[in-house]
Design a protein around this ligand. Structure first.
Ligand SMILES: [Zn+2]
Ligand SMILES: [Zn+2]
Length: 492
């Protein structure tokens, strides 16, 4: 049909497909897929309604928004919108149609980030991280250093590279003390640029095996030697070493700063200003002092603060057999700054962002005027050259031990397995793995859907949407997945 009408048709790339939100989770047999309603996403609505006004305001102030920020925020406005294109599917039994909109793949987009988060976590657990115990080490920076690191990719790489290095050095030294020859260490380092409440707050999470790897004498295999958990003194020791080295890194950076400033490709001066925009209201449980930046610093085990204000936390561990727990941690590492279910548009047009954890002072949500929230978002868009995830030591791509230690997924796994290359998991497999949703189950008869084509042409888009939403096949754009009455009869 498509060819006969001269519609432009492309080979399907399932990685471009939009996915449903996690709201359909539940036990039992896999359910069928219901497309997400892009209109219902408050962040998309905010940008559709106010992005142009925000950009015009920046231009009026002679402080234009950097192009990479403009591009990414604008892409979110078209995400999940059927009028910008979709993939067409058809049921092999009843010929019932389905259309699935394209997604924007922008890191800040709540639904695309959600997909990315699940895909990357599946890849890390299936293909990178061996079955050994892990510990999460989190390094946070004092306010002033954090603000500089947030907008300087080179400095960010240097600062967090020192962190990964010092963790590895500490592990190797302990292994050497026990007489272990040539111990090898590794870590997955994830730089997060935000904290709860859409605050700019660069910090790093390192997922580190709680032990070292040693190669056999013939180099054909490697084994893992577990180490004792760190003591409070160990954590304090590591953070003070990181601080000592950072002092030198920062001195070099200050010296080189004036020399290199002419090479900055794009003017990002407006972004630190955007990051400082304050909410208009704090919604509190009890009325106490207002303190957005207040860092809770309860004395917890395995947490230490250096004299210069670096903080290191090492209390979170994952047992070797707990692969689900490891996958959850990996998902947490690449979560979006504003999850879809935390943002709400109030009747007065302001946006309420509820917090994951109640802040000191009892604040449980913060309220922004639309343009102020866009400013906060703009500051959180990472520059395109910024590498936010790094593999160190044995997990680095060319390390000699890497091939010997990475997991090999079993062929008879009950859930879909991530492919070798990250970001290539099919949309249908991902839905099945994370939400147990069968994306290819027909909503009309319970039969199997097959992919017909990806549709980009505006005329074809209009024609197909009209046909799909005709009376016979009209399917709700949102709501719970449709369970076919026929399928229910068949099962009875
Ligand atoms: Zn059908
Ligand atoms: Zn998107």
């Amino acid at each position: 049909m498509a060819g006969a009408h001269g519609w432009r048709v492309r080979i399907l790339q399932t990685s471009n497909l939009h996915h449903a939100g996690p709201s359909h989770r539940g036990p039992g047999a896999p359910r069928s897929y219901a497309p997400r309603d892009a209109e219902a996403c408050p962040l998309t609505g905010l940008l559709r309604d106010h992005l142009d006004e925000f950009i015009a305001g920046c231009d009026d102030d002679q402080r234009p928004l950097p192009r990479f920020v403009d591009r990414q925020l604008r892409a979110i406005t078209t995400c999940g919108d059927l009028t910008h294109g979709f993939v067409r599917l058809e049921c092999t039994s009843c010929r019932g149609p389905r259309v699935v909109p394209f997604s924007c793949k922008v890191r800040l987009c709540p639904s695309c980030a959600g997909r990315r988060m699940n895909e990357q976590a599946a890849h890390l657990v299936d293909r990178v991280l061996p079955q050994v115990p892990y510990r999460q080490w989190v390094l946070t920076l004092p306010g002033e250093l954090a603000r500089v690191v947030a907008f300087d990719g080179e400095l960010s790489t240097a600062v967090f590279g020192v962190f990964a290095d010092e963790l590895s050095r500490w592990q190797r030294e302990r292994a050497n003390d026990l007489g272990i020859a040539d111990p090898q260490t590794g870590s997955l380092l994830e730089i997060q640029r935000f904290a709860d409440g859409a605050r700019l707050y660069p910090h790093a999470h390192a997922v580190v095996p709680d032990g070292v790897f040693v190669a056999s004498s013939d180099g054909e295999s490697a084994h893992f030697i577990r180490q004792d958990p760190p003591s409070d003194a160990d954590v304090a020791h590591v953070v003070s070493r990181v601080e000592q080295r950072l002092t030198r890194v920062l001195a070099r950076w200050r010296a080189g700063r004036h020399r290199d400033s002419a090479h900055d490709s794009e003017d990002t001066d407006i972004l630190p200003v955007c990051a400082e925009v304050r909410p208009t209201e704090f919604v509190r449980l009890v009325s106490q002092h207002e303190s957005e930046q207040g860092r809770p610093a309860p004395k917890k085990p395995l947490c230490a603060r250096s004299p210069g204000g670096l903080e290191l936390h090492a209390e979170v561990t994952i047992a070797a057999h707990d692969r689900k727990g490891l996958e959850r941690l990996c998902r947490y590492l690449s979560r979006p700054p504003i999850p879809q279910d935390r943002l709400e548009r109030r009747a007065d047009g302001k946006y309420v962002l509820s917090l994951k954890r109640t802040w000191k002072g009892g604040t449980k949500a913060i309220v922004f005027k639309p343009l102020d929230l866009i400013a906060r978002l703009a500051a959180l868009v990472p520059a395109p050259y910024l590498a936010l995830r790094r593999f160190h030591g044995v997990f680095a791509p060319h390390h000699t031990l890497r091939a010997l230690i990475v997991p090999t997924p079993s062929a008879d796994s009950p859930v879909p397995i991530a492919p070798k290359r990250p970001g290539r998991m099919s949309w249908a497999d991902l839905l099945m793995r994370v939400w147990a949703i069968d994306a290819l189950k027909c909503p009309h008869c319970g039969g199997r859907m097959r992919v017909i084509a990806a549709i980009h042409d505006p005329d074809a888009i209009t024609a197909i949407l009209a046909a799909v939403h005709s009376e016979r096949w009209d399917i709700p754009a949102t709501g719970p997945p449709i369970d076919s009455p026929l399928a229910a009869l068949a099962a009875a």
